[in-house]
Structures are given as C-alpha cells and as structure tokens.
Design a protein around this ligand. Sequence first.
Ligand code: HEM
Length: 273
Amino acid sequence: MFPALGFLPGCHKTIEKNLKELYAFVRRTFVEHQKHLDIHDQRSFIDVFLARQKEEAKHPETNSYFHNENLVRLVRNVFSAGMETTSTALRWALLLMIKYPDIQEKVHDEISRVIGSAHPTYSHRTQMPFTNAVIHEILRFADIVPLSVPHETTRDVHFKGYFIPKGTYIIPLLSSVLKDKTQFDAPEEFNPNHFLDSEGNFLKKEAFMPFSAGRRACPGEILARMELFIFFTSLLQKFSFHSPPGVTNINLSSDVGFTSVPLEGMICAIPRA
Ligand code: HEM
C-alpha cells in the first residue's frame, strides 16, 4: 500500500517473498491450463480468460487487458480474496467460540433444535437468529479487511462539505464503521446482541459492511456468507471447541498483515456424542 516505504526492513519483506512464491505457483498452474485449453470445452475462469486472449491475438492492434501477467494477478486476487478471507473468518469464529463458551453452547442448542443431525443448509439460517447474529458479530468484531481496498476518485466529488478532486487515492476505513459507537452499543466487545432485538429476532444493521459498499463491494459476499454459515454450523454440530489444557488467556489481538488475522494458537476439537 505504501511502496515508497518498501526499502525499510520489516515483515513486508516476508510478504514480498511469499508473494513471489505465490506468483510462481499461479504461473505454473496456468501454463498447464494453456497446454490443455480446448476453446469448445472451457472448464474454468482461466480457460475463459485464455480463450479471450486467443481471440484478441487475432487483432494485435488492440491494447488488450488479456495478457499473461494480468492473468497471474487476477488469479492471485481471486485466490487470496476468496480463500484467505473466508478461512480467516472461520479462524476468528473458532477462537471467539473458545473465548465465549456460553455463546458456543447457545449456538449448539440452536443447531440441535433446528438442524438436528441433518446436513446444515443455507436455508436453515432464517430459523436460526442467534447463530446468524453470532456470524454477523464475528465478521464485525474480526474486521477482516480493515482498510478495505484502495480506490481512486474518477471525477471531482463534493462529499459532506469536503471537496475531493479527481484522481485522489482513497483508503476507506471499514473499521471506523464496524466499530462505530453510534451504531453499536459496545463496539470493542464481542456481543451477538448487537444483531438481536429484545425478543431475540435477528436485527439488520446498516453499518454492517465488512464486505464494503457500493459498486466495487465484494463480489464474493453471498458465497462467503453461505460458506461461513455452512462450515460454522457443520463444525459446531460435530465438535465442541476448547482451549488446550492449561491455557487460560485467550488473546484476541490480531497479527500484522493486510487482513486482520488471529494470532497463531492451538485449539482442541472434541467430537460430540
Ligand atoms: C469473509 C469473507 C470476505 C470478506 C470479509 C471480504 C471482503 C472484501 C472487501 C472489503 C473487499 C473490497 C471491496 C471494495 O473495494 O470496496 C473485497 C473485494 C473483493 N472480494 Fe471479497 N471478501 C470475502 C470473501 C470473498 C470471496 C469468497 C470471494 C470470491 C470467491 C471474494 C472476492 C473478492 C474480489 C474478486 C474482490 C475485488 C472486487 C473488485 O475490486 O471489484 N471475496 N472483499
């Protein structure tokens, strides 16, 4: 985000090294695809991209976006945007469940009542206000993409008395919305009541925007919500989660990174009878 500071020592060097490795992996993987591409049987995002690339190669005069380096970046974006975010949310979910065992038990009670031993499906969600509120609160509290993704104004903008000229680099702070005192009673605390009314019904909040807002908001939101609901309920249906014996202090600080990830630690998963 701040390339001018790149020369300084620090953990961004590790990130750069890891990125190089990831790009190499993506290159290897898509080169394989190139070998096996069948225009008439497009199996994946990469195939569709390569088919378009072939098509555009017939008109070399056009300045195409469909070149290999862009494919590497795109695949990497979808890979990290779609995979790391959801797995990070699940890691926060398990950590918060061991920190708050009463909430874990209440979720489990609701799972037993509504789903029983059947396979959880996304449609169960509407009958499970408490679990739904817990998942919303996990995403709010964990604040996984605190700085969202940087954008640039494409024209002059007047906003709430401020003038923002065309071409201004904008970093939207999602944390400031997710942790807004005017929107949530105790924003620094993990409390599913932030998303429940006094009768225990699920309460939608406009300030719930871990996926950002507007035209460039996360395109994976619906998929992520489904994944989180199904994985979270499946895990809690089959296991109870605890901290390892002797560990009493569960640290909820996040590690350094572009996304907000929990610190590494061990968790015990005990199969439920
Ligand atoms: C808990 C899970 C997730 C969270 C919290 C999350 C959050 C976000 C946020 C905050 C942005 C920036 C939006 C903006 O620029 O204003 C974003 C962008 C994006 N997300 Fe997600 N995301 C999640 C899961 C996913 C999944 C599952 C996918 C795809 C399979 C995905 C694909 C993307 C892509 C491709 C972008 C860039 C979109 C663009 O630049 O137009 N995300 N996400």
